[in-house]
Design a binder for this molecule. Structure first.
Ligand code: SF4
Ligand code: SF4
Length: 469
C-alpha cells in the first residue's frame, strides 16, 4: 500500500484587519469589572495595556460567537451585531459566508462544522443544485479522515491509452505515454492580481510543500521562486516556445495559451516541446459556448492535458453578462459527454478552473467529469483578501499582508488545502469511493436538482400548460 498522503496543518492566525460577520463592541456602561476576561476562553477581552483599570477594545478576530460574554456581563455592556461591511463582501456567487469558512480553514486546517440549525435553501444555481450520494456513510469502516480506510486522492495527468495493442508474438506495440501523479486533485492557478513578493513566493512554496503544481507566467519566475521549478507549470504562447526553451528544459509540464492556430498545429507543437525536453503539454482553453467542440478537436489531435477555464464565478467566458451563460457544472458535463461520445474521454486529462470556491466543489467538478481542478481566488481569500463582485470584480487585501513572513502566509495556504483534502476524504469515504480518479464522471453517484425536479413535476406542469392551451 503506498504511503498515505497527509497534510500537516499548523494553527496560523493572521492578526490583520479582517472583516468579520459579527462585530463585538463594548458600551459606555461597562464598569471594567473584568468578568468578560474570565468567561471568554478565546481571550477576546483583555484589560488595557496602558491602563489596566480600563478594558481594551474587544478583539473580534479571535471571537467565536459563543455569546457567553454577552450573557454574563452584569451591565449588558457588550453587543454583537452583523457587520455591514461583511454583508457587502462577495456577491451572488461568492457568498459572504464562504469567506468565513475559507478564513477559518486557512487558520487551522480543520473541517469547519456547518449545517447545524441551517435555515437556508437546499438548492441553488451551479454546484449548489447537485448533491452527492453518501449512502456508504453509515459504515464505520468508511472513514478516510481517521485513517480506518485507505483512500487515495492522487490523480494522474497526461495522455492515456484507450487500449493496448500487441503483435502476434505478444510483444507490446503501443507506446505508453508519460504521466505525472499529483497527490491531490487540485493545482494552483496563479492569480493575475498584483501580489506582493512574499505572497507570490508563499503560494509557490505551498504548492511545493503540498507536492502539487502551480501555473505561472515566466515573468513571475524570479530567482527565489526558481527553487521550486519542479512544481511550476509555465504558461506561454505557442509562438514563444523557442524563446522559453531554457525554461522548458527545467520543468515537468508546460501550458500553452489556446488560440485557433493550436487546433491544427498541436501535434507539431507538442513534438517541438518534447524535443526540447520530455515534458507534458497542457492546452489552456477558455470556457466559451463552443468549448466542448474545441476540446474534442484538441483531444482528437493528441492533446495530453486540456485546462478548461471558466470565469471567476464559474460561468462561460463569452464576454457578455447574459443570463444564458452556462455554469461550471454544465460546462464540465458538456465537455465530458462530448469526449465520451467521441470515445476519447479516457485518453485525455481535463483540468477545470473558475468558480471552484469551496472544498465540496472539487469532488462535484470531478463527478461532473473533470479529472482535477485548479484554484486561484481561494488562495488569496485564505490570506484575508475580500472579493466584491459588484459593480465589478474587486479584490482587497488586508493592510500589512506584504509584511507577513513567507512561512506564515504559506502555512495559511497549506492549512486551506489540508481542510479541503480532509473534506474530499470525507466525501469519498461516505460515497464508498477509494480512489479520486474514480470520481470522474460518476454522475450516477450524484443527484441533480434540475433532473429530479423535472422527473417529479415536469410532466405535471407540462400537462397543465397543454390544458391551458
Ligand atoms: S463584563 Fe461587562 S461590565 Fe464587566 S468588564 Fe466586561 S464588558 Fe465591562
Ligand atoms: S462571544 Fe464568546 S468568543 Fe466572542 S468574545 Fe464573547 S465570550 Fe469570547
Amino acid at each position: 500500500m503506498p504511503k498515505k498522503y497527509h497534510i500537516t496543518a499548523k494553527v496560523t492566525p493572521l492578526n490583520l484587519d479582517y472583516v468579520y460577520k459579527f462585530k463585538i463592541e463594548r458600551g459606555e456602561n461597562c464598569i471594567n469589572c473584568g468578568r468578560c476576561t474570565k468567561v471568554c476562553i478565546y481571550e477576546a477581552h483583555k484589560r488595557g495595556k496602558g491602563d489596566p483599570r480600563k478594558m481594551a477594545d474587544p478583539n473580534t478576530v479571535v471571537c467565536r460567537n459563543c455569546f457567553r460574554c454577552i450573557q454574563e456581563c452584569p451591565r449588558g455592556a457588550l453587543e454583537k451585531s452583523l457587520d455591514k461591511d461583511f454583508l457587502n463582501i462577495g456577491g451572488s456567487y461568492w457568498k459572504s459566508d464562504m469567506f468565513i469558512t475559507l478564513w477559518k480553514q486557512a487558520e487551522d486546517g480543520k473541517v469547519p462544522v456547518t449545517g447545524a440549525g441551517y435555515r437556508g435553501p437546499f438548492t441553488g444555481p451551479g454546484f449548489d443544485s447537485m448533491w452527492t450520494d453518501m449512502s456508504e456513510i453509515v459504515r464505520p469502516t468508511r472513514d478516510g479522515i481517521h485513517g480506518r480506510e485507505y483512500i487515495s486522492t492522487s490523480v494522474e495527468l497526461g495522455r492515456k491509452l484507450n487500449h493496448l495493442a500487441f503483435d502476434e508474438s505478444g510483444k507490446l506495440l503501443s507506446k505508453i505515454h508519460d504521466t505525472i501523479d499529483i497527490p491531490i486533485p487540485i493545482i494552483f492557478d496563479f492569480p493575475k492580481d498584483n501580489l506582493s513578493p512574499n505572497v507570490k513566493l508563499a503560494i509557490v512554496r505551498a504548492a511545493a510543500e503540498l507536492n502539487t503544481c502551480i501555473v505561472l507566467s515566466p515573468d513571475h519566475i524570479t530567482a527565489d521562486i526558481k527553487k521550486y521549478i519542479k512544481n511550476i507549470i509555465p504558461i506561454i504562447s505557442h509562438k514563444e516556445i523557442d524563446r522559453h526553451s531554457a525554461l522548458i528544459k527545467t520543468v515537468r509540464m508546460v501550458a500553452l495559451d489556446y488560440d485557433e492556430e493550436i487546433l491544427s498545429s498541436l501535434p507539431e507543437l507538442q513534438d517541438k516541446i518534447k524535443k526540447i525536453h520530455n515534458v507534458l503539454t497542457i492546452v489552456r482553453v477558455p470556457a466559451t459556448k463552443s468549448v466542448e467542440q474545441i476540446v474534442s478537436r484538441l483531444a482528437k489531435n493528441g492533446a495530453e492535458i486540456i485546462h478548461v477555464v471558466a470565469d471567476y464565478c464559474g460561468m462561460e467566458n463569452d464576454g457578455s453578462a447574459g443570463l444564458n451563460r452556462r455554469l461550471a457544472k454544465d460546462i464540465i458535463r458538456a465537455v465530458h459527454l462530448k469526449l465520451v461520445e467521441d470515445r476519447i474521454r479516457d485518453e485525455v486529462t481535463i483540468i477545470f478552473s473558475g468558480g471552484i470556491a469551496m472544498a465540496e466543489h472539487v469532488p462535484k467538478a470531478m463527478l461532473c467529469g473533470a479529472d482535477l481542478t485548479a484554484i486561484d481566488l481561494p488562495l488569496l481569500i485564505a490570506l484575508g483578501a475580500r472579493l466584491y463582485e459588484e459593480p465589478e470584480k474587486l479584490l482587497l487585501f488586508p493592510e500589512g499582508l506584504d509584511k507577513i513572513a513567507v512561512r506564515t502566509v504559506m502555512h495559511r495556504v497549506v492549512n486551506l488545502m489540508g481542510a479541503w483534502h480532509s473534506q474530499l476524504l470525507e466525501v469519498m469515504g461516505a460515497m464508498g469511493i477509494r480512489e479520486a480518479r474514480r470520481l470522474r464522471g460518476e454522475t450516477g453517484r450524484a443527484i441533480f436538482f434540475e433532473e429530479i425536479d423535472n422527473e417529479t413535476f415536469g410532466k405535471l406542469f407540462k400537462k397543465r400548460e397543454t390544458a391551458n392551451v
